[in-house]
Design a protein around this ligand. Structure first.
Ligand code: HEM
Length: 109
């Protein structure tokens, strides 16, 4: 189901300690501006910081389309074993759909 970007902005409060979505500024994690459709592990400015697991996933063809993002956000360690994102995931399907809608909207600050 399509998510609600406005509700997703609130869900993103659980990500914002580590991710910026509205600019290309990296934090502990890579910036997520334009992440929907991006190949995993390829944000230019974060190349020196990704885990080998995340870079390998991208090299093997993982693209952050909506379906793959949904699986990753539900269980990050299952979707990309060995990745270093210290986040257990989101258990609520509506939260996942909404935060993806927010990311997809290319959020402004
Ligand atoms: C990686 C989303 C929460 C730290 C990623 C990636 C996505 C993502 C899509 C892959 C990016 C890429 O391949 O370029 C999210 C969302 C979150 C969230 C939507 C909230 C629901 C967090 C939190 C932290 C974090 C709370 C820090 C405690 C990281 C790190 C990576 C990463 C370090 C790189 C992982 C690696 O290279 O193995 N995140 N994240 N994330 N995230 Fe998050």
């Amino acid at each position: 189901a399509d998510g609600d970007a406005a509700l997703g902005k609130k869900v993103f409060n659980r990500c914002i300690a580590c991710h910026e979505a509205a600019t290309e500024r990296d934090k502990v994690g890579p910036h997520l501006l334009g992440v929907v459709g991006r190949t995993a592990g390829t944000a230019e400015s974060f190349l020196g910081h990704y885990s080998q697991a995340m870079k390998d996933a991208g090299a093997a063809g993982l693209v952050w389309d909506e379906a793959n993002l949904a699986v990753y956000l539900h269980a990050p360690k299952l979707k990309v074993p060995g990745n270093k994102m210290a986040f257990a995931g989101l258990s609520n399907d509506a939260d996942i759909a909404n935060v993806i809608a927010y990311l997809k909207a290319d959020p402004k600050p």
